[in-house]
Design a protein around this ligand. Sequence first.
Ligand code: DGT
Ligand code: CA
Ligand code: CA
Ligand code: ZN
Length: 576
Amino acid sequence: MKNEEIAARFNEIADMLDILGEETFRILSYQRAARQLESLADDVEELVRQGRVDQIPGIGAALAEKIAEYVTTGRIAYHDELRAKFPPGVLDLLKVRGLGPKKVKILWQQLGITDLDGLRTAAQRHLLQRVKGFGEKTEENLLRAVELAKEGQARAFLVDAARVVGSIVAHMHATKTVERIEAAGSFRRMRETVGDIDILAVAKDRGAAGAAFVRMPGVVETLASGETKVVVRLAYTDYEGSPRTIQVDLRILDPASWGAGLQYFTGSKDHNIRVRTMAERRGLKMNEYGVFRDETRIAGDTEESMYSALDLAWIPPEMREDQGEVDLAASGRLPTLIEPTDIRGDFHVHTNATDGTEPLEAMVEAARRRGYAYVGISDHSVSATVARGMTAEQALARRDRVRSLNRGAKGFTVLLGTECDILDSGEMDYPDGVLKELDYVIASVHSRFTLPRKEQTARLVAAVQNPHVDLLGHPTTRQIGWRGPIELDLDEVYKACAHAGTAVEIDADPRRMDLSATQARAAKNSGCTISVDTDSHASGNLDWMRFGVGTARRAWLTADDVLNAWTLDRVRAFFA
Ligand code: DGT
Ligand code: CA
Ligand code: CA
Ligand code: ZN
């Protein structure tokens, strides 16, 4: 949907107007319109087609025109005009946690800072402290926030990479220049973020394939263009609606080396080194063209052949991080990783009763259509004021609605839960009497992110030990490119969860991916059950499950380790 893209541009217009010192009411009107678009369940393109944009509350004729302009031309001329008034990097400063338009204006106009590198240098040289409103502490925090923002900018979210890969593959197939095409690299290993995209192809006419590749829509620069390797920079819109670019490497392989190339360029580098060392010990040579004994190629057309030439079982890409997987493959003890099709439901789903965009019934229907057996509704509790949390009465009042949905449905069950805030020292936001009435309880931290490690750990341990708490939501609260993890002794938290029978979450929101794969693996090893959830705020977000499962696979989880791969009866027993 274009809703997010237009909202992102309206927000940027508001920020630019603010930096330029324009009148408040104009700034507010763009911000209000952006909020409306973000929370709109309807596709704005459809509204434009029906001439109904000005019926969206808070959107007058002038803004409706800009929305229509974007839908038809893909640009907003006014947005471009404003952007031209800024050095290109200045608006990146707004992506730093702790910086709003007012502070960006000061940094730019008083210190001449025009990009993230400039901000980092200024903070390192303690230049910020000289400006009113920036103390020593602010400077320290900004230095950390700038590193996060730079990382966030340098790498794409996995969801976005997946969309870009999908469009590249579709484009290349449509040009009929490739016989085979697949994405390798960190994308195939399902890392939570992707540095660049590595595409492998087989083509009869390499020149034609390369030419088709550089003519792809969205290519902004061709960085290399050879017989076997073509590199471009591609523009795309990220899932939050912001424009970005990413590098894409295309490598054209011989069919006889397809498996070797796929193995080599999937990586990781450490995994490859481990496997190649093994080959060398057997007197074999291994590279991106195959496995060779003397000058004879003994494997290379398929990836399986590459591994079996070394007496190894084929290793799932998500495990190829040199974490002991090669030894398991040698002894035939690789785990049977969870598959997307093992997932039977989703426990972290918001509705428009709090900060979601769609009604409960719409979210339920979307989950049912995915073929799930159950879905859990987990709106925010009252303390989550930014997320428009609901009171205990409101939460309980929905029981009848859920009961009547369940009465009509065969083979599909709605569970009514909550994402209940963990308060200051680990108490829950709802009283026990309320938590008891709900089917399950997710406990999450949405406040006091800066508590010292000892207190924060005690706070989470207390929360997961509450007998009504079933699941610890996004345990570290980190947000990629925005906010680091809270200070926490995670091992203590895992131990407490395992002991109390509280599951821990892999929250598959692209910015969160919390727990990470490494953490989820440690949680499993501590005896925890893991729930892979999407934290959906709109029905389309349910698609994030695939990437959460990717992280679960990177954590070596099997279907038996994952709560929402279990049957409803087993889940109910766990919650009980
Ligand atoms: P990224 O792009 O930073 O998210 O991570 P990758 O893993 O996609 O890394 P990339 O794009 O630099 O290279 C793709 C794969 O190619 C990498 O996973 C393994 C292989 N590769 C690249 N350079 C080397 C190398 O120097 N030695 C070995 N053994 N493999 C390499
Ligand atoms: Ca890559
Ligand atoms: Ca690459
Ligand atoms: Zn949350």
